[in-house]
Design a protein around this ligand. Sequence first.
Ligand code: IMP
Ligand code: MG
Length: 201
Amino acid sequence: MATHQSEIQAHTGLIEFNGQIIEKMVSEHEVQAMVQRLADEIYRDYAGKKPLLVGILKGANLFVGDLARELGRGNPEIGRLPMPVEIDFLQVSSYAGDTSTGHVEKKMDISTDIKGRDVLLVEDIVDTGKTLTWIKKQLQERQPASLNVCVLVDKPERREVYFKPEYTGKSIPNKFVVGYGLDFNQEFRNLPFIGIVVGQA
Ligand code: IMP
Ligand code: MG
């Protein structure tokens, strides 16, 4: 027998999670299709190279894991071979709740020497653009061979500084989103899709 919750899910795209009602914006299926397409693009552009994926914690945790796995799997349908990558992480903080403080603070640095390496920063979302601009400037000083950015979702309307990622999963409207790594006060990161908190359950 269908539970109340699964009925809500089936009929409205609303999901009850953690005492809140979440409206789906990007389904799990669509997220995974975006990751596959991004892996195809990265494979094409980095052929013969071994890029260093640098995931920005905590939000990019799920994304960098899925992207690295996808690259490692290859895609026989389009003749894409499994591609080796290295993985590192850095952690910054710039948000309190849903408000950008505009002040970026480094909490944990990468442990890889990136001089001469092909570095691909992997981030969950680009919003004002301040965080990625700041991180890119810091890493550029270490003289990588290349330094590009891959984001899962982009909110171009919110830009305060010019910033254009080389790889973008999808542009989304100006709404605060959670899930697939994205949090609101550290919650909702383990939702398999991306959604909007619309109210209390
Ligand atoms: P930016 O410096 O404004 O581009 O901020 C980017 C960072 O803010 C991301 O790494 C996220 O951690 C956080 N952020 C921006 N928008 C959202 C959102 O809609 N949901 C959750 N986190 C967000
Ligand atoms: Mg983040």
